[in-house]
Design a protein around this ligand. Structure first.
Ligand code: UDP
Length: 353
């Protein structure tokens, strides 16, 4: 499994990909598969061997404009990781690519071992769209996505395999009696629109706990300047064990993406703790939140919508939230979907031989 080249696993720079990779790897090991993770230097994964690769990290694709060319830094960690994969490929049945990058897609026909590409974001640049489509056409089944909403951002939606996500629910404690806090969890970057959650906290007067890696410091400073007296508490980037403990004690999670969120790991983590999710009706969140049952879907970019939903939180049964996470997003359910995906890719390979 080749991780994202934007940062080390455990740093938070890779966003949801870090947890997704960890969960898939752990579940495959539990099922008896041998797994090796290849990731940038400094990566830490519990219980699974990590081959750490040195080199310059990649610029996250979400900071790029649509027409931007493909850029690789000197001594690229992405290139180094895939060079390593090329050398050891015959030891493995499948290589799983977690990078939202052009290079691994381009390299696909040059590898003799099958590559499964788990695409973590929607359409962002023309160059990426075009190379993903090329692989989707020439290597059917190998393009995995998280939601239908995500696949629909691409002109080749019908060629994508939808895998959702999942996690080990036993790591998330159910909390039936929350304190009077709201939560916001994610990378602090413009596409996540934290400012809308801060505005909602200011209007309702309910303090907002913020968890996440500050990917864009200037953006964070701008929010502080715009809302100097909003009731917010920045808790930093916490490991899952601590995050779930604090998140569970919140009345609701606010998810306010400005972009088409491919999935939204934070939403299923909140549900697992029994925390209702109030989200913009946009992207993957529309496929996760059951409006009126496990949270509320509100008009995108509407702070009033968030505020009105916060006022209705008593209508949500926290047990229903936990229940949804258990049935739809367990590690077992995710493992079934992903393992079958790998098997189908291998069957496709045999047919082509
Ligand atoms: N996260 C974390 N600790 C924190 C805040 C966030 O581990 O304090 C993780 C969270 O568990 C989730 C990821 O950051 O897996 C954010 O992923 P999401 O899919 O919501 O968004 P992305 O960053 O991929 O756009």
């Amino acid at each position: 499994m080749l991780s994202t080249p934007v940062g080390a696993i455990g740093s938070g720079i890779g966003g949801g990909v870090e947890l997704t990779l960890n969960n898939i790897a752990q579940e495959m090991v539990r099922r008896g598969h041998s797994v090796t993770i290849v990731a940038p230097q400094g990566s830490i994964v519990k219980g699974i061997p990590v081959v750490e690769i040195a080199g310059e990290v990649q610029t996250p694709a979400q900071t790029q404009t649509r027409g931007e060319p493909i850029i690789l830094p000197k001594n690229s960690v992405l290139a180094n990781m895939w060079d390593y994969a090329r050398q050891v490929q015959s030891d493995y049945d499948v290589i799983v690519n977690f990078a939202y990058d052009w290079l691994p897609l381009y390299l696909t026909p040059f590898f003799s071992t099958a590559i499964a590409h788990l695409i973590s974001m929607g359409s962002l640049t023309d160059a990426m769209d075009s190379i993903i489509e090329q692989v989707a056409s020439n290597f059917p089944q190998t393009i995995g996505v998280h939601t239908l909403s995500q696949s629909q951002t691409f002109p080749f939606a019908d060629k994508c395999r939808c895998l959702a996500n999942g996690m080990d629910i036993s790591l998330y404690q159910f909390c039936s009696q929350p304190s009077d806090f709201l939560a916001w969890v994610g990378r602090i970057a413009p596409e996540k629109a934290l400012e809308d959650a801060v505005a909602a906290a200011k209007i309702t007067g309910i303090p907002l706990k913020i968890f996440g890696f500050k990917q864009n410091e200037q953006y964070w400073q701008d929010i502080l300047q715009k809302y100097p007296d909003a009731p917010i508490i920045y808790r930093g980037f916490l490991p899952t064990e601590e995050l779930q403990q604090e998140l569970g004690q919140c009345r609701a999670l606010l998810v306010t993406p400005r972009w088409v969120e491919a999935f939204g790991n934070v939403a299923i983590e909140a549900l697992a703790c029994g925390v209702p999710v109030i989200a913009y009706r946009r992207g993957g969140l529309t496929e996760i939140v059951k409006d009126g049952q496990t949270g509320f879907l509100v008009e995108p970019d509407s702070v009033d919508g968030l505020v009105n939903a916060i006022k209705r939180l008593d209508e949500i049964d926290r047990h229903a939230c936990r229940q949804q996470a258990q049935t739809e997003y367990s590690q077992q359910a995710m493992g079934d979907r992903v393992e079958q995906w790998f098997r189908d890719i291998l069957i496709g390979e045999e047919k082509n031989c």
